[in-house]
Design a protein around this ligand. Structure first.
Ligand SMILES: [Zn+2]
Length: 81
């Protein structure tokens, strides 16, 4: 009888653990998809100083990205010769 109770207790704890684990997974997935919706920002790289920054903070010149208009100007200058 004691053995049966022990088995039931173990089964209960395992079930609780699995339930908790699945809940956490679900919450994490939900949070991740929310994050993706809120900030679908691509990271781009400054052609001049190679720093990475989000697209909305970068300055574009054709297919090239820069961390600021200063580096854009400097890079364009260096491309000219
Ligand atoms: Zn830069």
């Amino acid at each position: 009888m004691t053995r049966l109770l022990t088995l039931l207790a173990i089964g209960y704890f395992v079930w609780q653990f699995v339930k908790n684990y699945l809940n956490k997974q679900e919450i994490r997935q939900k949070r991740q998809s929310e994050n993706n919706r809120q900030s679908p920002l691509a990271m781009v790289q400054c052609q001049y100083c190679r720093v990475h920054l989000p697209e909305n903070e970068a300055v574009a010149a054709g297919n090239n990205w820069f961390c600021g208009s200063e580096h854009k100007a400097l890079w364009l200058k260096s491309q000219q010769g």
